[in-house]
Design a protein around this ligand. Structure first.
Ligand SMILES: Cc1ncc(COP(=O)(O)O)c(C=O)c1O
Length: 480
């Protein structure tokens, strides 16, 4: 057992808890390589006393990734890839190698899929939204638990007279009732353009929606946009098994570094369907000022405005090597074990009068869910303890967690029981645009957000145990 497996100041109680944990998930021992990795490549966490529980917000990078990237930058002369001179060609080779590596990582055939470099997942989603050929009567279908960067696509479809429909998720599990899916898919306009977008994993509830929705929706006339941002850091997305038309992701969520680069991975026919609303340097084959005409470049180049982030892109190649050397299956297994233990131990916390301290908004088992757990704390009278209080107490203990609604208002509204009527009333009562504080006041008495914890690549038992002990301090607190 390495120091980071349990805790640097491991008490008899925490050792006992660790033994019970191991019994509950014996396979955890198979992931010991991740404890070694943490000691070797992420030692800054324990040296500085961090308990990092916000992997859904941002992944962490290993020191060795940075060393490899720094060495590459120090030893290479990089030119702008839009030329054919030697430094430019060298850069182009690295960019194209990374593109190829991304396809290999996701098991995507280059004859089926192309990779477009974007600034992040949001930018990839926007590229689809602004270019999708929505027309009057076309359909955009969304699940309630989409991230705002997917919700925003409704502004494009609205501008073209298309219709947006949301499929609710049902608390407490926060999954989509099967019957609703079938009726929603039947809305597809025959011969029209129909776009169905859902997260492979909700960044609110951790729910992993079934990937067989992709094919089932396509069979009913939908193009499918899969938001994979929260899924791919700890789960394998096999694009030889699943064939979404568009996939959006951010690389910093997978391996921490670099920030500022994401990708849209798209099937070639789906890419051809998109019409860019403008052109830019790099996206055209030819353009003329006097003739007032342009021809778009072929393939992914048509979607990469200006110069791609060619110094950071090779760090993605390195990051993918890193994940491959660690093994995504090991990461997945570890996350599953820790998530299951967290759910069991947090839901077991009861005040003296038997009332639960914690309510989890999402699945209560580790099946078909990822390592994101959203919850609220309640006092012994069942009143919610404000998430800001939890956050400020967590900060004092160097626990990094997330509070609010995590850019996922639909899931938040369903989980916290805020009705459409209440929301409409709040928005119409504020004539100058609602601020977050207005909103809190308006739905006074109800929680406006929650606490989110998430585990990832080098999370260990000590991290999760520390959080459960932190939660325990709110039991039967006077006035809490
Ligand atoms: C499910 C999901 N989609 C999209 C995004 C947006 O990612 P980015 O902020 O990197 O563009 C996030 C970020 O948290 C996310 O979790």
């Amino acid at each position: 057992m390495t120091t980071s497996t349990t805790s640097t100041t491991s008490s008899p109680e925490s050792r006992q808890a660790y033994e019970a944990f191991q019994k509950s998930c014996p396979d955890f021992l198979k992931t010991a390589i991740l404890d070694e990795l943490r000691d070797r490549d992420f030692s800054r966490l324990d040296q500085q006393g961090h308990v990092y529980l916000d992997y859904t917000g941002g992944g962490l990078y290993g020191k060795s990734q940075i060393e490899r990237h720094t060495a590459l930058l120090q030893d290479t002369v990089f030119g702008n890839p839009h030329s054919t001179n030697p430094t430019s060609l060298g850069t182009t080779e690295l960019v194209e190698r990374t593109r190829q590596h991304i396809l290999e990582f996701f098991n995507a055939s280059p004859s089926e899929y192309g990779v477009i470099f974007t600034a992040n997942a949001s930018h990839a989603l926007k590229l689809v939204g602004e270019s999708y050929p929505f027309e009057l009567g076309d359909q955009l279908l969304l699940t309630f638990d989409n991230h705002n960067s997917v919700n925003g696509i409704r502004e494009f479809d609205r501008a073209h007279g298309a219709k947006t429909t949301y499929i609710p998720v049902a608390p407490p599990e926060m999954r989509v009732p099967e019957a609703l899916l079938e009726s929603s898919w039947s809305l597809a306009k025959k011969g029209g353009h129909n776009l169905f977008a859902f997260p492979a994993q909700s960044n609110f509830s951790g729910v992993q929606h079934p990937l067989d929705w992709i094919e089932r929706a396509q069979e009913r006339g939908w193009d499918v946009l899969l938001d994979a941002a929260a899924f791919v850091p700890t789960n394998r997305l096999d694009l030889n098994r699943w064939h979404p038309d568009y996939v959006a992701l951010s690389f910093y969520k997978m391996f921490g570094y670099p920030t500022g680069v994401g990708a849209l991975i798209a099937r070639w026919p789906a890419l051809e369907k998109l019409h860019r609303p403008w052109f830019a340097g790099g996206t055209i084959e030819v353009a003329s000022v006097q003739a007032d005409r342009h021809t778009m470049a072929a393939g992914s180049a048509a979607f990469e405005d200006g110069t791609v982030d060619y110094l950071s892109i090779p760090a993605i190649d390195i990051g993918l090597d890193f994940l491959e050397s660690v093994g995504l299956d090991q990461i997945h297994l570890r996350v599953r074990c820790l998530t299951g233990w967290l759910i069991d131990n947090l839901t077991a916390l009861r005040h003296d009068n038997g009332r639960p301290l914690i309510q989890i908004f999402g699945p209560r088992s580790s099946d078909q869910r990822g390592g994101t757990i959203t919850l609220n704390f309640y006092d012994n009278q069942g009143r919610v303890i404000d998430h800001d209080v939890i956050e400020s107490q967590a900060n004092k203990k160097m626990i990094s967690l997330r509070t609010g609604c995590f850019c996922n208002p639909g899931a938040g509204e369903m989980a916290l029981g805020i009705s459409k009527q209440e929301l409409v009333t709040c928005f119409t009562s504020s004539d100058q645009g609602m601020t977050y504080d207005d909103f809190r006041l308006c739905i006074d008495g109800k929680s406006t957000g929650a606490v989110r914890i998430s585990v990832g690549i080098v999370s260990n038992f000590a991290d999760t145990h520390t959080f459960v002990e932190f939660a325990r301090q709110f039991l039967d607190q006077p006035g809490s």
